[in-house]
Design a protein around this ligand. Sequence first.
Ligand code: ADP
Length: 207
Amino acid sequence: MNIILFGPPAAGKGTQAKILTSERGFLQLSTGDMLRAARTSGSDLGNKVAGIMDRGDLVSDEIVIALIEEQLDNNTDAAGFIFDGFPRTVAQAEALDASLEKRGMSVNSVVRLCVDDNVLLGRVEKRFTQEGRKDDNPESFKIRLANYNEQTAPLLPYYAKQGKLTEIDGLAEIDTVSASVAQVLDMHNTGRTNKTVPFWKRLLGLK
Ligand code: ADP
């Protein structure tokens, strides 16, 4: 089963992804974490994206799609993937559908964490003082939020049309949010994990 955790920056996607990882053994694929790791390692990719990230802008679709595909191929035995912070543009969503289809999988559920902009602002201010993430400064955060509204929010109708979207209240306590996420996933769960779809069924498109 593959899930997208959807929501604006600081909505709590990472927190919920970590809970799902420990409770269900799914693998969290956070493009933000991957890009931050690239920066820490000092790789060419990391150096290339550093300025873009600190400004609050999106890195290119090409880069994040390649990062995701690499993880899909390196983790073929995962019970499921949690996409966190990806896809963020329609092009990324289309690429994800194609990448999963090529590997005999699909997006099963998209869970949107709904949080007011004012609350997000408060969370990010707190995180900025606690963790010092450069892109949590007020100017960068404004750009991140604008990018979310302009480029990422249009994905909501994309998934709603496919009947995959469920919205939950992201303002509740962490445990309450995770209980709501669990409820959504149990509803969508067909009882199958990615790795149990036999090869011949995949070939025939009988997923
Ligand atoms: P948050 O959800 O708190 O905004 P992330 O950790 O998901 O933070 O992302 C941090 C930054 O990494 C983004 O502002 C952007 O620059 C870059 N980034 C992460 N994921 C993507 C993506 N899917 N497409 C483009 N840029 C991304």
